[in-house]
Design a protein. Structure first.
Length: 429
């Protein structure tokens, strides 16, 4: 019976192991047949190592298809190869599973494939070092986010993803029949739930999947996406801006200090962690008008306008104090100018990463805002009744984690940073 349990990963093989017996499991990346010898390059999740095969194992090694899963055992010895300081003198060579050729893509990256072809074979695509690095970073970033928010006094929660009505009154919802009794929807955000939770839990956060039936065909839109959401009682909108700024800086610092090799492999950017610039909507409007944009107060900022702003304001920047009419019903107005809201977006160039603000906690004003936006307050009574139980002032935000990863890894398409992306065209694998 073949022993499949590895003793070491490829990256662990070094001079300290010379003379020791090891067992490595991985995939054949290259085979060089030079007669009585064969040199194998074996790649695992940590990197690659070299094996030198002799005797009866040579034929088996040469005949094994590339990308087959193998287990090799042998003694570590010094190597003359420039890429490998040590190698394994193979005494046992076993093909665990043969790869069937032709493979749909080349996971070595030597032959490039279009992203759709790679996504069709995503499991194989993950053997590409750059792709694997992206998803190790994605995992590491979530760990930093959780640590940061827990240190800020937040607790993690899980809210329903199957809901009975529109959470924010929007039309971009996936609906489906619910056991023949009524219509149900997939949640596009945890907004109403997280606000209610501040009544008893004070500070909450959630990391989860959300769904948007938006027929967008861009490199930054998905129909299923991962969002990081927070809500906190007795904090104003500038307080939660500070929190998201600290969080983003912590993720960047962690990537640069603890995951530098993966960041480089992924093609990540060297992003500054200095103070994030804060601009008001009216400042942005003034800048854009000077640049020739035909805008007036109350107009939303188009992609083209945001791209112009991104040319001037490199990196991260906030746009705050948006017109109230551009924001959802739950956003609080400013006391000294009710036409403005206590809201903000965090941008990276033209790309919106975070939207947040201070919430309206007065139930009468909330009902009025619903009516102003053409929404029926009666449809939100389950939510509104919580405001009759002593709703505290509260603020929060939602961060598009896929887009943040897109920025930090230097990816040009959000599908690069999502394992199995869902968009208007893709439902498999």
């Amino acid at each position: 019976m073949v022993e499949i349990k590895r003793t070491h990963y490829a990256s662990q093989l070094d001079d300290r192991l010379v003379g020791q017996q090891v067992r490595v499991g991985g995939w054949i990346e290259d085979v060089r047949d030079i007669g009585k010898l064969a040199f194998l390059t074996i790649r695992d999740v940590t990197g690659a190592c070299q094996g030198i095969v002799t005797g009866d194992n040579v034929q088996a090694a040469v005949q094994a298809p590339r990308q087959s899963a193998v287990v090799v055992a042998g003694v570590v010895q010094k190597s003359k190869a420039k890429d490998f300081p040590v190698e394994v003198k193979v005494s046992e060579f076993t093909v665990v599973t043969r790869a069937i050729h032709p493979l749909p893509i080349d996971p070595t990256g030597r032959v490039e494939s279009a992203i759709d072809k790679r996504l069709d074979a995503r499991a194989l695509d993950l053997r590409t070092p750059k792709v694997a690095a992206i998803f190790r970073l994605r995992s590491a970033g979530l760990e930093v986010i959780r640590d940061t928010l827990r240190a800020e006094g937040f607790i993690e929660v899980n809210t329903p993803k199957i809901i009975g009505s529109a959470s924010e009154g929007g039309a971009n919802l996936f609906g489906f029949d619910y056991f023949g009794k009524r219509k149900a929807y997939l949640a596009q955000s945890p907004q109403l739930y997280k606000e209610q939770l501040t009544l008893g839990l004070d500070r909450v956060f959630e990391i989860g999947p959300y769904f948007r039936a938006e027929n967008s065909h861009t490199v930054r839109h998905l129909t299923e996406f991962t969002s990081v959401d927070i809500e906190a009682a007795f904090l104003d909108y500038e307080d939660v801006m500070d929190i998201v700024e600290r969080l983003v800086k912590n993720v960047i610092t962690s990537f640069q200090e603890k995951h530098g090799a993966d960041l480089e492999l992924a093609g990540g950017k060297n992003i500054s962690v200095s103070k994030i610039e804060r601009l008001t909507y009216e400042q942005c409007l003034e800048e854009l008008v000077k640049e020739g944009e035909k805008l007036q107060f109350g107009d939303d900022l188009s992609d083209a306008a945001l791209r112009k702003l991104g040319e001037t304001h490199r990196g991260f920047y906030f746009i705050m104090d948006w017109p109230l009419k551009l924001k959802p019903f739950y956003i609080h107005e400013q006391q000294d100018n009710p036409k403005l809201s206590k809201s903000f977006d965090l941008q990276y160039g033209y790309l919106e990463l975070v939207s947040g603000g201070q919430r309206q906690h007065n139930p009468a004003k909330l009902r009025s805002r619903l009516s102003e936006q053409g929404l029926n307050p009666a449809s939100f009574e389950e939510h509104l009744r919580a405001f009759d139980w002593g709703m505290p002032p509260h603020s929060g935000w939602g961060l598009g984690y896929d887009r943040l990863m897109m920025v930090l890894t230097g990816s040009q398409n959000v599908r690069e940073v999502v394992l199995y992306p869902r968009d208007t065209e893709r439902l498999t694998p």
